[in-house]
Design a protein around this ligand. Structure first.
Ligand SMILES: *Cc1c(COP(=O)(O)O)cnc(C)c1O
Length: 429
């Protein structure tokens, strides 16, 4: 491979030491993988080409760029220096991504026993885990108690009773519903968060049961489109802090601002808004404030590229239709809701092109890309203009890390959960 170089874990971790390495982790998940090292980000296409040329049979794969993961952590620390990131594992639990984030000092938001097990398995200590699921099954609560994961969220009376019985040492964050989360692409408030008239009864109930309510959490919804939504949500959290002191409860110190961040220009604006709101809140507070967040998409979305091979083709007049080995029952699950995020590029492999293809070079055809299953809904892209593709050409999809592989299935016998991941470490050229 032209741009590749085998490196081992030692080299990998020494590249990451430039940022904070909290604890040297075994990170066995990174060991033994070929990390294609130190390539320029602009040359990813060449790298993709060379990986696919080395495959015995064409097969889809992900490319995870650990260089971008590191740059995102820098960007987080730059814009939100006092807010500790707890990466939301559900967004993408790829082992190499989790290990890299752990090495970079991230903490983790887990929602189930299996997610907690995965993170502990990396050698991360339980105090770096927030069990951020407001409604938990008893077996999972007992597991959290047994491994020392001692911070969770709640938004109902029933949850207080379960935690009191099965994990009384667990500290709590009250998850509140945000009033205006409809500006988000996928609001979460219909399912989660205490309503304003439920807040006081829940606080008193938790206090009376002897549990410690350390703070407040919220989630403005995935892909927030306006930084003001964080300002308003922090103001609502601040009201809860005040309500708790009026009830005579010990001062709260934890503010959890949830997720909803994207790696785009809005992020630094959100950073400014949040930092200002935190400053105001700290000025008025009696106890020092500890601020955390649960970014999922921010760290996962842009770092994965999915490379698929065309395995079927049909020509109908002007139209071109192609089949690829992943679809809405796999990585393209989000496209069932919203196709606007998609960015892709065909990569033509010249060695099996005919004379006619060469002649039609430069022409674009109205094209459809289908997923592999027998569900007629399984369509990845419609009405796009593409050059003439042939079977075995590649279609490269960018920004394929958020809620893609993690939402995969084996529907119809097409296993979209086991797509292999190649690791690259890019530098900006
Ligand atoms: C899904 C989820 C997140 C991550 O949200 P993003 O929009 O991906 O940042 C964070 N916190 C909780 C509780 C979640 O359910």
């Amino acid at each position: 491979m032209a741009f590749s170089q085998r490196i081992d874990m030692e080299i990998m971790s020494s590249t990451l030491t430039t940022t904070t390495l909290e604890a040297p982790l075994p990170a066995s998940t990174l060991k033994g993988n070929d990390i294609i090292h130190n390539i320029s980000r602009d040359r990813l296409m060449d790298l993709i080409h060379s990986i696919s040329e080395n495959q015995e049979t064409p097969q889809p794969f992900y490319l995870l760029d650990l260089g971008t993961v590191e740059r995102l952590m820098h960007s987080w620390k730059h814009s939100l220096p006092t807010t500790k990131p707890f990466y939301a594992v559900k967004c993408n639990p790829n082992p190499a991504l989790l290990a890299a984030l752990a090495l970079l000092g991230a903490n983790f938001d887990c929602a189930s026993q299996a997610e907690i097990e995965t993170i502990l398995g990396l050698g991360v200590s339980p105090d770096r885990i927030l069990y951020a699921n407001p409604c938990k099954a008893v077996s999972h609560i007992k597991y959290a108690a047994s491994v020392g994961v001692n911070l969770t969220t709640f938004d109902s009376k029933g949850e207080i009773e379960k935690i009191k019985q099965w994990h009384p040492k667990c500290a709590l964050l009250l998850r509140i519903k945000i009033a205006n989360d409809h500006t988000s692409w996928r609001p979460l408030g219909t399912k989660f968060g205490a309503l304003s008239d439920e807040i006081l009864p829940l606080l008193s109930e938790a206090h009376l049961s002897g549990l410690k309510v350390e703070g407040v959490s919220f989630h403005v919804g995935s892909k927030a489109s306006d930084s003001a939504i964080y300002r308003d949500a922090i103001a609502a959290a601040r009201d809860v802090f005040e309500a708790a002191s009026k009830l005579g409860m010990p001062s709260m110190q934890v503010l959890n601002i949830g997720g909803g961040f994207k790696d785009n220009s809005l992020f630094s604006e959100i950073g400014k808004t949040v930092n200002e709101a935190i400053k105001d809140m700290e000025a008025a507070a009696t106890a020092p404030l500890s601020v955390m967040a649960e970014p999922g998409r921010f760290f996962a979305e842009t770092v994965f590229t999915l490379v698929t091979n065309v395995f079927g083709k049909r020509v109908r007049g002007d139209r071109r239709e192609y089949w690829i080995e992943n679809g809405i029952y796999g990585a393209f699950n989000p496209t069932a809701y919203d196709r606007s995020f998609m960015a892709f590029k065909p990569l033509l492999l010249s060695d099996h092109r005919s004379k006619e293809d060469e002649d039609s070079c430069g022409m674009l055809w109205p094209s459809t890309i289908f997923g592999p299953t027998c569900d007629a809904m399984d369509v990845v892209a419609t009405d796009c203009k593409l050059p003439e593709l042939q079977v075995n050409d590649l279609v490269v999809f960018y920004n394929m890390g958020a809620y893609t592989a993690s939402a995969g299935t084996k529907f119809n016998g097409f296993d979209t959960l086991s797509t292999p991941t190649h690791l690259a470490y890019t530098r900006l050229s």
